[in-house]
Design a protein around this ligand. Sequence first.
Ligand SMILES: Nc1ncnc2c1ncn2[C@@H]1O[C@H](COP(=O)(O)OP(=O)(O)O)[C@@H](O)[C@H]1O
Ligand SMILES: [Mg+2]
Length: 472
Amino acid sequence: MKLSIRTRLAVFFTLVFFGVLALVLSAIALALYRELDQRADRALKIEERWLRGLIESEFAPLTLPGCKNCDSLAAELVQELNERYIYRGQFTVIYFPSLQSPRLYFGGREKNIPLLLPEDFLSRKDGFYNLEIEGRKSRVLLKQQPWGILAMGRDNQTFREVADEFVEIIHWIVGFSLLFVLAGGWIMARLAMLPVVSAAEAAEEITITNLRQRLPEYAGRDEFGVLVITLNRMIARIEEGVNRIQQFTQDAAHELRTPLTILRGELELAYQKADLSDDTRVSLQKTLDRVISMSRVVENLMLLAQSDTGSYPVQKSVFRLDEVLKEIYEDVQILAENRPIEVLLDHCEAVQFFGDKQLIYRLLLNLCDNALKYTERGCIKLKLAIAGDSVDFTISDTGIGIPEEQLPRIFDRFYRVDKSRSNSGGGSGLGLSICQWIVQAHGGSIRVESQLDRGTTIQILFPLRSTFFVPA
Ligand SMILES: Nc1ncnc2c1ncn2[C@@H]1O[C@H](COP(=O)(O)OP(=O)(O)O)[C@@H](O)[C@H]1O
Ligand SMILES: [Mg+2]
């Protein structure tokens, strides 16, 4: 799975933050536990020194073999231990192994301390141990003496509890700050990425026909601001290049137009001369046809180039759309006269239209021309109606149709589905490109539906605001 940059950034910074925080807080917690142990250890050491001194002076006989009065001395020692340690949460175990009968004395917090210690605890190495005695944490010092073994314990539970609580609080703090950092990081990253998103949206809108648009520049002079400026400069260069190409096409078409017109005139004149052989006449006729269709291509090219540069002088006026359609209907009827094609004017509502009459005429003619060209037999139906808030012009035929996969391309310049499909030929693939431009120039939309070998329907919708409906 590919994560978005902002998610990746947020996750990365959260992990870094989490790592650092966890490290620092663990170090603090460890130091705290150590400090607590060390304090207990120091107290235990002092106590051990004192008790050793006491045993080696007052209770020295107990450490010697063959001790007299041992029982009363031992009772005294136990009493001493109990008195000293019972209220301080401590305990002491003294073991004299070297006597004929080894003896164990103890006193302090618990009554039966030796049983509560781990088995063979007294035979462990010297040192400090953390033990749990009757559910309470204790720090225990074990030390071999010349005369036996001394074990002293000190209740550590309260301090441990405080430290544990502290560690628990640390866990919560880390958990919550993790959430905050993740959310905060995500929001910050999102804010930082906002210009990227809006630039991407703006870039999506820019096409060859609106290269004048630019990506939104913003005040920040950060890396991204610089990128936007650079991209805008690039778009400006592309715009310039495209303009130059469009201008070139327009100029080329313009330059070709005049000689072609002259050529056509000359050919027509030559054709009218009486003293021509039949062969010459046929070849003249062919040449003339070629020149005429070439003129048409140049004318179309010129129109498209002008539409690209926005230099075509669209002259809008109010006229009756239904009358234009009727005119064309009559033309088409004449063209279809000797063919098995029925031309129908299905519906022709009276509509006042605001637009370029010549262009609209050209649009309808182009579409009818296609219908005639790509229909063998059957019918061609024309319709003009008000539908909702638009004017609907539809032309349908029962011709050869267009393969579905080609539909998206038929408006491309010079695109023809299959050059061998029409017997009359002549087309150059510019007709529908021009139709599309004319429709767009009038704020309308064009839609094609087609089924191979069944027929084609082309629907054009103009918004009603550019039209006036004339009640009959
Ligand atoms: N009414 C139609 N029936 C079938 N095919 C059509 C129709 N209109 C257009 N086409 C297909 O779309 C292609 C593009 O049309 P157009 O731009 O007018 O070029 P052309 O000069 O070939 O008429 C044509 O070559 C044709 O194959
Ligand atoms: Mg055509």
